[in-house]
Structure formats: structure tokens, C-alpha cells
Design a binder for this molecule. Structure first.
Ligand code: ADP
Ligand code: MG
Length: 702
């Protein structure tokens, strides 16, 4: 019998409910004030909280605690410390102080810092983010108390994802409050941004996975001919979930629920072996922590069940890749969603002003948004007729588009399209009011009722980056708007004009058509919208003067922090392609080439035997197959040499930016030239002789 969900949900979280139950009333109150309004936590309270947290964790079997953080590697980091405090008599007490809870001091020198910190300046600090609850990570053989923290250098520079995310949340809150004040709203104390990330992933059989070095080292296949069947039948999306996968999902959900992660929706995705999990949205920093845990847990549970979870954006060429839709909204601390247009958006002036601000923010910062979704793997996905193109545009849906159009045509909006009755033609089916707009799956930034869905982010990345950018660009525009409106003589006139003029000026960013089409690429060019095709071309946007000014103004990043991040991105790109290049060379030389040569000699031997036994038999098929293989092997062998040379040249380049470009332009092209003959050879060499599991083996036999 499986456990009742109510018993396991949140069982491993030091949640509000747990604190309320365990902490003395006064300490609980102070803790709550810190979480809700950022009031400073006094050290005595920290000691009390630490003590209770430790007792709670130890009751659950925890042996260690760790400051859990998100360095710029894109994954999480932890260093465990046991609770033990050995005594002279050979026994031990268990200790965990407020100081240890609040501050940690991991050696920062081995984490990427992009030149922010010389290696001799090793000191780095982790600081407790008490707005994201502590939790226990329980694996079959260990139980660790994890304390979500931010990670900064000795001088206070952010070395992680969380610090700037928290800063961006503060920045947007500040600016939205100014706008709300103009509308006479003085009760709201804080604005909270929310994120609901939909996570896509592939599941493959572990034994099959382990036979492929490319999957092991790079997370994606670097060789592989298309199977006879791919996703063309559209029979996988929302299809019946295979039993083995359902078993995985059940276990996966239960592990997430224990961590208080509200795993809600699951289904098959477009590609065979591809699936999706969506949680219920949460405050952005918590959603970010949770999403890291979702990715980590998926991989762990799959492994335990004899499978592998692939989070790479493009594990299989020619088959849809994986993304991570980032649903974003903001609400007041009183619970009002500021992106809810209500039934009559044309009358909702506050909403229209915020909408106009978002439209302007996206148009003015399209390059930054594109950058925030850039990982080496996402380059294979964006613009590939499966994901939004690299062009940023906004889909508003019929109702809001109509409101904007009215502003443009008549200078004001006087009506809103209403949702119609749904009627299927079958009497026994219920009738209901339809949504006021259909969806547009091809838009990178789509309004979906009461939130925006940013669809570009990649499956493996932290959602911190996109949310930092969205929060900051919206904060920036709102701050400019507030500056102007606070000076206005006739406020309501000024707001009206601002909405109208902003919508007019940034109308070009709105697009409701098919974002996957060639026509859109042409049209976007005419409109002057940027189309940045690869990560290395996207990086400069991070350190442009405009970007530095904006991030510094809102206290999200300093110039030095931005420069270090750009440096790390170039390095990450180069290292990723370097490993891919070397993996291809390794597989080519040690597996594919020997297999082809063996097969050739097998063919030659059998040809000799045939000729001996039946001299008159027509052997043109055998001969032509051998010639065909020989042509491809020759091309393949030459391509190995080319790739080796390209990787060798790349290694010598010192400047990170030029190196990134070289990997993109030269190494990646050499990789493509090596893959082409290999994929043809896979179709010429018999299955028994081919050294790698095929695409068919990987995606149809989970
Ligand atoms: P879809 O049809 O795209 O799957 P859903 O309504 O199921 O849309 O939502 C997808 C994700 O958006 C979920 O993670 C959901 O929790 C999240 N979401 C819903 N409302 C909001 C909101 N106001 N702010 C942020 N995310 C939200
Ligand atoms: Mg979605």
C-alpha cells in the first residue's frame, strides 16, 4: 500500500506549519516578520530557530547539514557538516548554532567566478535565504538538512544565481509600489513575482544509455541516423503513458511532494520518450530552488529505476528537443494578481499601464531576454520548428490585441471582446464560456490569461536567469514611467497618454501569427526585431552600456558582476563544445571506425568465399555495398583529422570571446562534417556490427 499523499506532502520541509508548531511564539513571530517583510533577524532568534531545525532534522534521521547554493555552474552545490560535537568522555553532543544557520564559508576558489576573484582570494560566504524553506534531502543512503542560501564573494559580489534573483525581486517590488501609489493604493507593502516552470525531459533505458559515450559525457547524441519512425504520427503527445514511465512518475512525484514541491501536471510530450512535469507556481526564488530540485530528483529517481533522465535541450537530432516554459506573473502581498485583466480589460487602467510597461520592456530588451535563455544546448532548439525562433515577440491574444488596436486606431479603448459560449453540437456535453482567446504555441512570450509564458528557456538551465531579466526590465520601465507620472499635473490624462503612446511606439513587438514560419523571419527583419541565432552572439547584450546602466541602477548586478558572467558564458560555451568535439573523436576512432573496418573485412572475406564457391554468381550488390562503405569511411577518416585539428586550434585561443566564436564557426562545423558520413555508415553496416544503440533503441524501448 502506498502512503496517503497528505501524509507525505511537505514531510521533509521545515515549513511555516512546522515552525509554528515547534518555535516559541515570540520567536515564530519574529521569524515570520523576517520572511514576510525582510525585517532583520536577531541572533537570539536565529539560535532558537537553528536549535529547533536541528532537532527536527535529527528526528528525521539527518546526520549533516549543508548550506545549499546555486553557483554559476548551473547546478547546485553543497558541503556537508555533521551535527556532532564530540565530548571528552567519548560521547557526542549534537550542535547547530544560529551562526551556522545564517552564514557559511565554503572555499569559493573552485567555483566559476569569471575573473571576479583571483584564486588566492578564496573566501566566499553563503547566507541563509530564509524566504525559501529549509528541507531534508533523503536518498536511500543519506539524510541531509539543506539550507537554501545565497553565495557571495568576500567583497559581496554575487557568485550565484540566487543573489541577483533576490535583488531583482526587490527592484520590481519597489517600482510597482510607486505605480500602485499613483492609483491611490497605499495598503500594499510588497509585490511578489511568481514563476511556474514547466519542465520537459526524456527518459531512456539506463543500460542502453550506458552504451553511448556521447550521452554519458555530453548529455546528447553526437551520432545517430534517424529511425524509420520518429514523431511524424503525432501519436505520443498526451498519449497513454507507458507503465514503466508511469512508475517513474509516481515515485518522482512522491519524492517531490515530500519536499513540498507541488508537482501537479504530467503528460507525454511531442517526441517519443519525452515527458513533462508542471508544478503549481510559486514565489520566484522558491520556484527556482524547487526547479533545481525537480531536475536533480528526476535524474536520481530515474537512475534508481534503471532509467536515465535526459535534461539536455536536444538529445536527438531531428526529434523535438526540451524546453522549460517559464510562466511569470506578479501579485501584491494582499493577493491581487496584477496581470489579471478582469472581464473588461479596456476599463482596467492599472492593468493596461502595466501591460504597456511589459510590452515596452520586452521590445527594448529583446536581446537580453534572448540571452537569458541561452545555453549551448538551446542553440540546437531555438528556431528549429519546434521551439520559438530566436526572435522575441509578444502574443497578446485576441482580446488584448483588440484593446491595443483600439488605442492605436481611436486613441482609446471602449470595449472588450467577451468569451463566447462553447457549443460542440452534442446536447449531452456541457456548455460553458470559452476563453477569450485561443493559444499560440509558437510565440516566445505569450499572454495566457493572467500571466506571461516565456517559452524560450532551455530544459537544463536554472530559471533564475530569465526571471532576473524579466523582473529587472519591467522594473526599469516602470521606474521611468513612475518618474514621469509622479510629475504629471493631470495624472489620469498622463496615464492615458502614456498607455496610448507606449503601445504605439512598441507595436512592432506584437505578433499573433505563426512564429515558426519563414515569413515571420522576413517580417521580423522588416520590423527591425533582432534575430540572434546563437549563444555566442547573444552574450554581448549582457555587458552593453545600456544593460550595465540598467542593472546597476536597480542594484541587481554591478558592471564587474556582469562582465564576469559574460566571461563564464563564453567559457561554458567553449568547454561544452570542446567536450563534445573530443567525445566525437573518441567515439569515431575507438568505436565507429574499427567497426566499419571490421565489417568491411567481413564483407571482403565473404565475397572471396562466395567467389570460390559459386564463381558465376552476380556479386555486384556486395561490391557496390563495399564501395559505398569505402567512400564514406574515407570521408569519415578525413573528417576525424579535420575535427582534431579544429579542436587543437581552438584550445590555443586565449580570449574567451574569440574562442567561443571559433568553437561556433569552426569546431561545430567540423563536428557536423564528421557526423554526416557516420550516420550514412550506420545505415550501411549491419546492426550486429554497429557499436552504438540506435535512435530507435533509445526512444522506442523505454
Ligand atoms: P499550460 O496549459 O500552458 O500547461 P497551465 O495553466 O497548466 O498552462 O499552467 C502552466 C504553469 O503556469 C503551471 O506551472 C502553473 O502553475 C503556472 N501558472 C499558473 N498561473 C500562474 C501565475 N499567475 N503566475 C505564474 N505561473 C502561473
Ligand atoms: Mg505551457
Amino acid at each position: 500500500m502506498k502512503q496517503d499523499i497528505r501524509e507525505i506532502f511537505g514531510a521533509n520541509v521545515f515549513s511555516d506549519a512546522v515552525m509554528k508548531e515547534r518555535l516559541p511564539k515570540a520567536a515564530y513571530k519574529k521569524m515570520k516578520a523576517t520572511i514576510e517583510s525582510g525585517a532583520e533577524l536577531d541572533p537570539d532568534v536565529a539560535d532558537i530557530v537553528a536549535h529547533e531545525m536541528k532537532e527536527w532534522a535529527i528526528e528525521k534521521g539527518a546526520t549533516h547539514f549543508t548550506h545549499w547554493f546555486q553557483p554559476l555552474t548551473g547546478i547546485t552545490a553543497e558541503k556537508h557538516d555533521a551535527f556532532i560535537d564530540p565530548q571528552h568522555d567519548g560521547t557526542t553532543l549534537l550542535r547547530f548554532s544560529g551562526k551556522e544557520l545564517i552564514k557559511g564559508e565554503p572555499d569559493a576558489s573552485s567555483f566559476p567566478s569569471g575573473g571576479l576573484r583571483a584564486t588566492f582570494e578564496a573566501r566566499g560566504y553563503t547566507a541563509w535565504d530564509c524566504t525559501s524553506p529549509a528541507f531534508i534531502k533523503e536518498t536511500p543512503h543519506s539524510t541531509i538538512l539543506c539550507i537554501p542560501t545565497a553565495f557571495c564573494s568576500y567583497k559581496g559580489e554575487a557568485l550565484d544565481m540566487k543573489t541577483p534573483l533576490l535583488r531583482s525581486m526587490q527592484a520590481i517590488s519597489l517600482q510597482v509600489l510607486r505605480i500602485l501609489k499613483l492609483f491611490g493604493n497605499n495598503e500594499v507593502k510588497q509585490i511578489i513575482t511568481y514563476a511556474g516552470p514547466e519542465q520537459e525531459y526524456f527518459l531512456v533505458d539506463k543500460e542502453t544509455f550506458l552504451k553511448r559515450k556521447d550521452l554519458i559525457f555530453t548529455g546528447r547524441t553526437l551520432f545517430g541516423a534517424m529511425p524509420p519512425k520518429g514523431q511524424e504520427m503525432d501519436d505520443h503527445y498526451f498519449g497513454v503513458i507507458p507503465e514503466r514511465v508511469l512508475g517513474f512518475m509516481d515515485q518522482f512525484n512522491r519524492e517531490l511532494w515530500k519536499l513540498g514541491i507541488s508537482a501537479k501536471t504530467q503528460h507525454n510530450e511531442v517526441a517519443p520518450a519525452q515527458h513533462e512535469l508542471a508544478p503549481i507556481y510559486d514565489q520566484t526564488n522558491i520556484a527556482t530552488d524547487h526547479n533545481q530540485l525537480v531536475m536533480e530528483t528526476a535524474q536520481r529517481v530515474a537512475d534508481q529505476m534503471g532509467m536515465k533522465c535526459l535534461l539536455h535541450e536536444k538529445p536527438f537530432y531531428g526529434i523535438n528537443g526540451s524546453g522549460k516554459h517559464n510562466n511569470w506573473s506578479m501579485a501584491t502581498d494582499l493577493g491581487e494578481n496584477l496581470l489579471d485583466p478582469g472581464d473588461t480589460p479596456h476599463e482596467n487602467v492599472q492593468f493596461l499601464l502595466i501591460l504597456a510597461a511589459i510590452i515596452r520592456a520586452v521590445d527594448e530588451n529583446a536581446e537580453l531576454l534572448r540571452l537569458s535563455a541561452s545555453t549551448p544546448g538551446n542553440d540546437h532548439r531555438l528556431g528549429g520548428h519546434e521551439a520559438p525562433p530566436s526572435i522575441i515577440s509578444i502574443f497578446l491574444g485576441e482580446q488584448l490585441q483588440d484593446v491595443v488596436d483600439q488605442f492605436l486606431d481611436a486613441g482609446e479603448a471602449t470595449r472588450s471582446i467577451e468569451g463566447e459560449e462553447y457549443y460542440s453540437g452534442v446536447h449531452s456535453l456541457p456548455t460553458f464560456t470559452k476563453d477569450v482567446t485561443d493559444r499560440n504555441r509558437t510565440s516566445p512570450f505569450a499572454f495566457t490569461g493572467n500571466k506571461f509564458e516565456f517559452r524560450m528557456p532551455s530544459s537544463s538551465q536554472s530559471i533564475a536567469d530569465p526571471n532576473i531579466v524579466i523582473n529587472t526590465i519591467v522594473a526599469d520601465v516602470l521606474s521611468d514611467m513612475a518618474d514621469q507620472l509622479e510629475e504629471a499635473e493631470d495624472l489620469s490624462m498622463a496615464i492615458h497618454d502614456m498607455i496610448k503612446n507606449t503601445m504605439r511606439k512598441h507595436y512592432r513587438i506584437l505578433f499573433n501569427g505563426n512564429g515558426y514560419s519563414e515569413e515571420w523571419v522576413e517580417e521580423a527583419k522588416k520590423r527591425g526585431l533582432p534575430n540572434i541565432k546563437c549563444m555566442v552572439d547573444a552574450i554581448p547584450a549582457l555587458v552593453s552600456d545600456k544593460s550595465v546602466t540598467m542593472f546597476e541602477k536597480h542594484g541587481v548586478f554591478t558592471r564587474a558582476e556582469l562582465e564576469s558572467r559574460a566571461e563564464i558564458m563564453y567559457e561554458t560555451y567553449a568547454k561544452t563544445l570542446h567536450i563534445e568535439g573530443l567525445t566525437m573523436i573518441d567515439m569515431a576512432k575507438k568505436q565507429i571506425l574499427p567497426a566499419c573496418l571490421r565489417y568491411q573485412s567481413h564483407l571482403a572475406e565473404s565475397l572471396i568465399n562466395i567467389k570460390k564457391a559459386t564463381p558465376d554468381l552476380d556479386v555486384s550488390v556486395q561490391e557496390s555495398l563495399m564501395t559505398d562503405i569505402q567512400h564514406n569511411v574515407t570521408e569519415f577518416y578525413a573528417a576525424i583529422g579535420d575535427l582534431e585539428e579544429a579542436v587543437h586550434q581552438a584550445e590555443k585561443i586565449e580570449d574567451a570571446c574569440s574562442q567561443g566564436h571559433f568553437y561556433h564557426d569552426v569546431v561545430s562545423a567540423a563536428m557536423d562534417r564528421l557526423r554526416a558520413p557516420a550516420d550514412r555508415l550506420e545505415m550501411l553496416v549491419s546492426k550486429n556490427n554497429w557499436p552504438l544503440p540506435s535512435y530507435g533503441d533509445l526512444i522506442f524501448e523505454v
